[in-house]
Design a protein around this ligand. Structure first.
Ligand code: GRF
Length: 209
């Protein structure tokens, strides 16, 4: 299968996915990296790894739907089977989500459903939580809401600062995202309502039911 990664910024998750492809943990081809920000550092990471890149800058469009429409045209042309969000800081429209139904994965830096939104780590830290973690989930029409594929957690120590917490979260993201992508491409994720069952025996295609 061929997949695209959507980014907006630094791209450390993208880098860990590129590395997982090189190692063979992920077998699908990372065929395209898309950014909404022309200066995202992640684009450089992609170019260094010789992965085609494309920018869809919302400033060039009048509304969200037309951005997503152009993205879908491009993804279809590039024969992209599934989409991985890695720090893509925009909400996809229902139009996009329907086109890739149950074929869009996201990483979120908190234990959902706590601390949705763009500041998951900071919000967890300032709230005074004693435990935090990372969530990998399918994307649906609501923000940070779709069925949960994987979660892992750790304790927040007294000595943690926002910076140390960010480092620990990113380390965990880089560990579990590639594993979840691998389970998805192997057809080992079975979705029933909100529940995602990870089965041992792979089927041919990722299931949407
Ligand atoms: C990650 O913490 C991810 O969970 C969130 O945005 C951040 C992106 O970081 N959605 P990077 O660009 O992958 O370094």
């Amino acid at each position: 299968m061929r997949f695209a990664v959507l980014i907006s910024g630094h791209g450390s998750n993208l880098q860990s996915i590129i590395d997982a492809c090189k190692r063979g943990t992920i077998k699908s081809e990372l065929a395209l990296v898309i950014s909404d920000k022309p200066k995202a550092f992640g684009l450089e990471r992609a170019q260094r790894a010789r992965i085609p890149t494309k920018v869809f800058n919302p400033k060039d469009y009048t509304n969200r739907q037309s951005v997503d429409r152009d993205m879908i045209i491009h993804l279809t042309k590039e024969k992209i089977d599934f989409v991985v969000l890695a720090g893509y800081m925009r909400l996809l429209t229902p139009y996009f989500i329907k086109k890739y139904h149950r074929k869009i994965l996201n990483v979120h830096p908190s234990l959902l459903p706590s601390f949705r939104g763009v500041q998951g780590i900071k919000d967890t830290f300032t709230y005074g939580s004693k435990v935090t973690g990372v969530t990998i989930h399918f994307v649906d029409e609501k923000m940070d809401h779709g069925p949960i594929i994987a979660q892992d957690s750790f304790k927040i120590y007294e000595r943690d600062t926002l910076e140390s917490l960010e480092r620990r979260i990113h380390k965990l993201e880089h560990k579990i995202y590639s594993q979840a992508i691998a389970a998805f491409e192997q057809g080992r994720l079975k979705i029933k309502g909100r529940k995602v069952h990870v089965v041992d025996k792979p089927s041919k295609m990722p299931s949407s039911r």
